[in-house]
Design a protein. Structure first.
Length: 249
């Protein structure tokens, strides 16, 4: 299920040339990660929040020639993360979504003939093992956020481990939070761990009064008022955490 020699040559000639934002901590580790990928079949990347690992790892793989003989498969635990990651990587590669970078989630397949990077949920990749038992469509797999330890992720890690000896050309990258990195390394027979620092910003905590028993106001009103107050302080973005899917919608 890989590409023909002619197609591989064409893909090599047309592959986009990634650029790496210097402000992301992972950019300073790019050469170390590239060397680890070149020297090992499996590596563990331990990246903290804000390190840039999710968007930059597939680009590092592309820059060193992965994604040519097969796709760079990149899994995310959730559909919204898969879509957002694919969109961001496509933007950074200056390509349309569905071109060099595509994504596949339940009910949606935006991967094209010209794709090098395929972002998907871990459930999608697990389902693909039924029709492509050796995952020949891929020359690289990135299992992101493996520390979340869902059933899908655990099944994938077990499946890919027994697959690796039969696919010596397949590269596996597992990303994890700090606490689980050594456990994943041990699972993959001492795979090297590359640590990438995070990038955090100072946080101010401010409280606003809110009475949930007030029939004239609901949480949406309270959020709107809080945003209006913040908007008077200057430009910025807002991330709101809500109690459930119904409130989010």
């Amino acid at each position: 299920m890989g590409f023909s020699p002619q197609e591989v040559q064409r893909r090599r000639e047309l592959a986009p040339l990634p650029e790496f934002p210097p402000e992301l901590p992972i950019s300073a580790k790019r050469d170390e990660i590239a060397a680890a990928i070149a020297g090992h079949q499996v590596i563990i990347v331990c990246g903290e929040t804000g390190s840039g690992k999710t968007t930059q790892l597939p680009k590092i793989c592309l820059a060193i020639g992965r994604g040519i003989a097969g796709l760079i498969g990149h899994t995310q635990p959730r559909r919204i993360a898969a879509r957002a990651t694919a969109s961001r990587v496509a933007q950074e590669l200056k390509t349309e979504l569905g071109g060099a970078v595509g994504y596949k989630i339940r009910f949606t397949d935006k991967v094209g003939q010209r794709s090098y990077i395929k972002v998907m949920t871990d459930g999608i990749l697990l389902a693909e093992t039924q029709g492509d038992r050796e995952l020949r469509a891929y020359d690289t797999l990135i299992i992101d956020e493996a520390h979340e330890r869902s059933l899908n992720i655990d099944f994938l890690l077990g499946y890919v481990k027994q697959l690796l000896p039969r696919r010596p050309e397949l590269t596996l990258i597992v990303t994890s939070a700090t606490i689980d990195a050594e456990r994943f390394s041990k699972h993959f027979d001492g795979a090297p761990v590359v640590e990438v620092p995070g990038r955090l910003y100072p946080v101010d905590v401010r409280y606003r009064p809110f009475d949930p028993d007030d029939d004239d106001r609901d949480i949406n009103d309270a959020i709107g008022e809080a945003i209006e107050d913040l908007a008077r302080l200057g430009q910025g973005d807002v991330l709101a955490f809500l109690p459930g899917e119904g409130e989010i919608r």
